[in-house]
Design a protein around this ligand. Structure first.
Ligand code: AMP
Length: 420
């Protein structure tokens, strides 16, 4: 006999069971419907990629350098990694297939990051997102922000804040980076050890530190928004005007930077004010103009965002909105003839799109009716030997208690009209 064992889902992962899984699925379906309405088609790309795809887009970021799950492959032709995010895959796919532009796609699915698990932070989590490639029109940035904002609105979320920033453009950035780097170096000994290391690789990302020790230095750091080129300033002004036109309120957040390199001009994040600050970022995005080129494609501007499904649902919980779909059966079939009639009726009803359930193991009528009540079914359809002989069924409204017999041939039409 093998030793008894007890397995658990791996650290940082969760099983999503009904009814929570139904709510998760509905949220994704809502996003897909909205993205479709905005003219975005779905991209389904592999969950793993050549590891160099991610290295190319973010070698100096924690997501890529520390948090990637690498795969041990049976051949060692190339090293593979589970995707930590989807922008890189979308740009890789664009470079590979060269679709017509503007190319507007949305996605949904799990991402993998080797992070320290905590509330709202998992090693496997789901994102929905969108990317638009091939245009640097600032109104496309606005459309992206609007798509994410309208999605949160449609869920009923009200306590959310849109944070907006610009990371400038290649014209204005070198001077800003030089100013930032020399400022940070002048105060390096006041920074945390981690930020001192970040400073060596990517000074901009020091601004992203949430460590209390770094606060004072960051507070006085020069800001990109004060060092914009004329073109970047114009782009930002147009984004702001577009948001005003749509009545979408935002706060300028001059220290907002993104997790991956290559972002420039518009960046945004949505914070759920009902969640703790460690997990209140429910989504974010921005413009990136060098990614496709870095992945072997033609120079192509892009803008996109990703929203965390798990955290968005936590925000919905905190605000008491977006209940998720009902799992309540429309019909519970009570079969007193042994079970084969329930088998046939559930098959017929479910095939017609009516949510149907039943008991198993030939239980008593009392036990079956109790199960129907426990499932909170609206109607019970009861078949005994008499009904079977007569070609009828009894239909009982479990809310009013009203019960009547009808020809079995009429059942489907009757139930459909009651559920309408
Ligand atoms: P990012 O790709 O890092 O910009 O993340 C976009 C969104 O994904 C964030 O705003 C979060 O809502 C969500 N997210 C990122 N990392 C995690 C994680 N480890 N666990 C759960 N959600 C996450």
């Amino acid at each position: 006999m093998p030793e008894p064992v007890s397995f658990q889902a791996p650290k940082g992962t969760r099983d999503l069971l009904p009814p929570a899984s139904g709510r998760h699925r509905l949220l994704i379906a809502r996003f897909a419907a909205l993205a479709d309405a905005f003219g975005y088609g779905q991209i389904v790309s592999p969950m793993f990629e050549d590891l160099r795809v991610f290295e190319r887009v973010g070698a100096s970021t924690e997501i890529v350098s520390k948090e990637m799950f690498e795969l041990v492959s049976r051949d060692d032709e190339n090293r593979l990694a589970l995707r930590p995010e989807l922008t890189a895959s979308v740009c890789r796919a664009f470079a590979q297939h060269r679709p017509l532009t503007p190319w507007k796609v949305f996605y949904e699915g799990p991402q993998f990051r080797y992070e320290r698990p905590q509330a709202g932070r998992y090693r496997q989590f789901t994102q929905v997102g969108a990317e638009a490639l091939g245009s640097d029109d600032p109104l496309l940035d606005v459309e992206m922000i609007a798509l994410s904002w309208r999605f949160y609105e449609s869920l009923g979320l009200r306590q959310v804040t849109l944070l907006l920033n610009t990371l400038g453009d290649p014209e204005g950035r070198p001077a800003y980076f030089a100013a930032l780097e020399s400022y940070l170096r002048s105060r390096a000994e006041e920074l945390s050890i981690q930020s001192q290391t970040t400073l060596e690789h990517n000074p901009l990302r020091v601004l992203d530190s949430k460590r209390p020790q770094d606060e004072a230095v960051i507070a006085d750091a020069p800001l990109m928004i004060d060092h914009l080129s004329a073109a970047a300033a114009e782009h930002f002004t147009a984004v702001r005007a577009g948001l005003d036109r749509l009545g979408i309120a935002y706060e300028i957040s001059p220290r907002l930077v993104r997790g991956l390199d290559y972002y420039l001009r518009t960046t945004f994040e949505v914070a759920a004010d009902a969640l703790d600050s460690a997990q209140n970022a429910i989504g974010g995005g921005g413009r990136y103009d060098g990614l496709v080129e870095a992945l072997g494609g033609p120079a192509t501007p892009g803008v996109g965002f990703a929203l965390g499904v798990d955290r968005t649902l936590l925000a919905c919980d905190a605000e008491g909105v977006f209940d998720g779909p009902t799992q309540r059966p429309d019909v519970f079939v009570v079969d007193l003839t042994g079970g084969a009639e329930a088998l046939a009726l559930v098959d017929e009803l479910a095939s017609a799109g009516i949510r149907a359930d039943r008991s198993y193991d030939n239980r008593s009528v009392k036990a079956q009716l109790k199960a129907a009540n426990r499932a909170d079914a609206r109607l019970a359809v009861i078949v005994g030997d008499d009904e079977l002989d007569a070609g009828t069924v009894q239909v009982k409204d479990l809310e009013s208690g009203d019960q009547r017999a009808m020809a079995r041939a009429q059942l489907l039409a009757d139930i459909k009209s009651r559920l309408r």
